[in-house]
Design a protein around this ligand. Structure first.
Ligand SMILES: [Ca+2]
Ligand SMILES: [Ca+2]
Length: 252
């Protein structure tokens, strides 16, 4: 579940009208270049500022939260693997064409070498975060592959229980031939009962050791977003309603 920029833009003035004096709303919207339609103002007044505040602040927070990337160092622009863990050989940072443009300088590269051994089959780059049952998670990454012969790669999401057991696993499509940076994604997967953590992962499988030259797999610009379960939104909306009431009381 996601909200487009235009939907956020639409609900933002509603939220402002609900909790702030009119002249302040106009100032903020003018500064942000957000148009205010008279019909919105009429609706806000007729429903009542508090009532619309309950609905709209919850909706605004939901829209903003749904779009916030929760991963740390998602673009490797620290110049290292800070916040990530890697296993197996071949991981390094690359520059130049190994960075996904338009911004930044680094991407995460795995070299599957002709001198690797068969036991080095899986190479994983992953970041863990707290997660709860019922949450809807989405993840994506840009993946570039070069000179592939006998290895393949994909994006993966795993949900873990409190003993680090895997209780849910989802994968993007699997890349087994060369491609320029291409968005790989996993959308709206639900954290199962017992979830305490999510692991967002770039995975490479060396099916067999390449014989011609190195196979390169390059990951950059990971993203992970979550929509909390409905009961969480109900709580947030109640909190928002409380805030709106306090503001009203202070004004009179
Ligand atoms: Ca980057
Ligand atoms: Ca190769």
């Amino acid at each position: 579940m996601g909200f487009s920029f235009s939907e956020q833009t639409l609900c933002f003035p509603f939220f402002l009208v609900a909790v702030l004096p009119e002249n302040v709303v106009y100032n903020i919207c003018n500064r942000l270049h957000i148009p205010i339609l008279p019909i919105w103002k009429e609706k806000a007044m007729s429903i009542g500022r508090t009532g619309i505040g309950i609905f709209v602040l919850g909706f605004a927070l939901m829209a903003l939260s749904a779009q916030a990337n929760l991963l740390l160092n998602p673009d490797f622009e620290t110049g290292d693997f800070t916040s990530w863990t890697t296993n197996a050989p071949g991981w390094r940072l690359g520059g130049g064409a190994d960075n996904h443009t338009p911004s930044g300088s680094f991407g995460a590269v795995n070299d599957v070498s002709t001198t690797d051994t068969a036991g080095q089959q899986y190479r994983i780059l992953q970041q863990e975060m707290a997660a709860s049952p019922g949450e809807l998670w989405s993840a994506s990454v840009y993946l570039r592959t070069v000179n592939l012969e006998s290895s393949q790669s994909f994006l993966e999401v795993q949900f873990w229980n409190n003993s680090d057991g895997v209780i849910g696993q989802f994968q993007s499509s699997i890349v087994s031939s060369d491609q320029p940076f291409t968005l790989m994604s996993i959308s709206d997967v639900a954290a199962p009962a017992g979830t305490v953590k999510i692991s967002v992962r770039g995975v490479i499988e060396m099916v067999s050791v390449p014989t011609g030259n190195t196979d390169f797999h390059i990951f950059d610009d990971f993203e992970a977003t979550v929509v909390p379960e409905p009961s969480t939104w109900a709580l947030i909306s109640l909190g928002a309603a409380g805030l709106a009431l306090i503001r009203r009381r202070k004004k009179v």
